[in-house]
Design a protein around this ligand. Structure first.
Ligand code: GLP
Length: 255
């Protein structure tokens, strides 16, 4: 089932998504959180950081697994997702850094790293809550449009459009890595709960296609329609196409 929570703006979207994570950790203090990189979840992390610093949320028993990492980028490089997560979240909360897991994009044997990463997720008891963003081409993690849904964690060649979209972090498209490791769709779908954060009109088409068109591997996020517990937290701008098409909702909560 998909539930929509529509908010006025990015700030409210971020606060709402953070609240859902807060509730999850209050319910289970050693939750395994699946985390996303990208601009969208930054505000969610900022709320969690401020609540943590004010003693409202405790990350000391929380464990995390990240969706993806660029290949060929050192962890200490500012462009790595490890660096991004440390900087934007982990270094500012009371999480134990050894409880934070991110695929190793510099691993010598990438296939072995993918298998080991997935085994670790299983050993940690599976993902309780997976936070997701979405690419304009429908990618979740770095599961790019293709003819099938890849089950397992794997190496992927990034689409030109994705490299272009992410070039804002690198200065030029040329500098964006060509490959990444990503959790597979099967891994994402095995999360007990999924929270998808989406903001801005540039994501409106993607949001519409994900939930109101046929499930199609050329638009990977559409698989989320088959998950039993998805909460979409979207701002009004991201809802534009859904509003324009006047689709009927069964379960729309507007805040
Ligand atoms: C990136 C990440 C995804 C992210 C998406 C959207 O390439 N691999 O995990 O959800 O693209 O990013 P943003 O939130 O910056 O729009």
């Amino acid at each position: 089932m998909t539930r929509f929570i529509v908010t006025e703006n990015y700030e409210k979207m971020s606060e709402k998504a953070a609240l859902i994570i807060l509730q999850q950790i209050n319910k289970k203090d050693n939750s395994l959180l699946g985390l996303a990189t990208g601009s969208t979840p930054v505000g969610t992390y900022e709320n969690l950081i401020s609540w943590n610093q004010n003693g409202l949320i405790d990350f000391s028993a929380v464990k995390t697994v990240s969706l993806d990492e660029y290949m060929g980028v050192e962890e200490t490089n500012e462009q790595s997702y490890r660096w991004f997560m440390n900087e934007n979240f982990f270094n500012q909360i009371n999480i134990k850094i050894e409880n934070t897991h991110i695929p190793k994009g510099m691993a010598e044997d990438i296939d072995a790293e993918c298998k080991e990463y997935e085994r670790r997720i299983q050993l940690l008891g599976g993902i309780d809550l997976q936070l997701l963003g979405i690419g304009e081409n429908g990618h979740i993690g770095f599961n790019e449009p293709t003819s099938f849904f890849e089950k397992h964690t794997h190496a992927v060649a990034l689409k030109e459009s994705t490299r272009k979209a992410n070039s804002r972090f690198f200065g030029s498209v040329k500098s964006v890595p060509t490959h990444a490791i990503t959790m597979g769709i099967g891994v994402i779908m095995s999360s007990k709960r999924i929270v998808l954060v989406v903001n801005g009109e540039h994501k409106a088409e993607a949001l519409y296609k994900s939930f109101f068109e046929n499930v199609d591997p050329m638009f990977q996020a559409s698989i989320l329609q088959y998950h039993q517990d998805v909460t979409v937290v979207a701002d009004h701008d991201a809802m534009k196409v859904i509003y324009d098409k006047k689709v009927a909702f069964n379960d729309l909560i507007s805040l």
